[in-house]
Design a protein around this ligand. Structure first.
Ligand SMILES: [Mg+2]
Ligand SMILES: [Zn+2]
Length: 221
């Protein structure tokens, strides 16, 4: 079955930017988001443009482990994904569904999936950078936007998060534009560091897991 999610520690890569003042109003480091909404392509899986083939779904390195670690800590995980290939006639809904089922197979089922099938010219309220999908996902999960974070690889993900009122971390790929990286509130080199940037991940919901910090410090001679 599922292995313990913590064999390998995440460390070593530099956070590439941190916009000044971003932490104000974010709460303390203990306030880890209750829900995380991931972009799909280029964030959780390799970005295969307009992919309609489940066989081409490849998780990015470490991504499955990150999602499992979050779930083990009781964090709700969802996906918000622009799929304009549908509007462009390059993909059918059925193909996108098949790809998404494969993602659920590889990562375990996400609690919420929000897709925008529209194109840039359609003026919909769901296509990122619009906040529609993020807001809908929060509503569906019953989690407040302040308790939610979006993780994505491009500026549109960050903009959607900002417009919705959630936190956001960018994990750029080699093709992410420099200006978008520069504008992102938080930037992590890898997905596992994005999680670290969001605060201290709560332990699994078993009360006997670890002594609390106070007790440890207080007990020291
Ligand atoms: Mg992406
Ligand atoms: Zn849309």
């Amino acid at each position: 079955m599922e292995r313990a999610p913590s064999e390998k520690k995440c460390r070593g890569e530099v956070i590439r930017s941190r916009a000044p003042g971003y932490f104000s109003g974010m709460g303390t480091l203990k306030d880890f988001p209750h829900a995380i909404l991931f972009d799909r392509d280029g964030t959780l899986v390799e970005d295969v443009p307009y992919n309609g083939d489940p066989q081409l779904v490849r998780p990015l390195p470490g991504a499955v482990r990150v999602v499992r670690r979050l779930r083990a800590a009781g964090i709700r995980c969802g996906i918000v994904s622009n799929q304009s290939g549908i509007a462009r006639g390059l993909l059918t809904h059925a193909q996108v569904d098949a790809v998404n089922r494969r993602v659920d197979e590889l990562f375990g089922p996400f609690e919420v999936w929000k897709l925008c099938p529209h194109g840039p010219a359609d003026g919909c309220s769901c296509r990122k950078p619009a906040p529609g999908m993020v807001l809908d996902a929060c509503r569906e999960l019953g989690v407040a936007v302040e308790d939610t974070a979006v993780i994505g690889d491009i500026g549109a993900d960050m903009e959607a998060a900002r417009a919705a009122g959630t936190r956001a971390v960018m994990v750029p790929t080699p093709v992410t534009r420099a200006a978008e990286i520069e504008a992102a509130p938080l930037v992590a080199g890898r997905l596992c560091e994005a999680i670290d940037l969001l605060g201290r991940l709560p332990g699994p919901p078993s009360p006997a897991a670890a002594p609390d910090r106070e007790a440890v410090l207080g007990g020291r001679p």
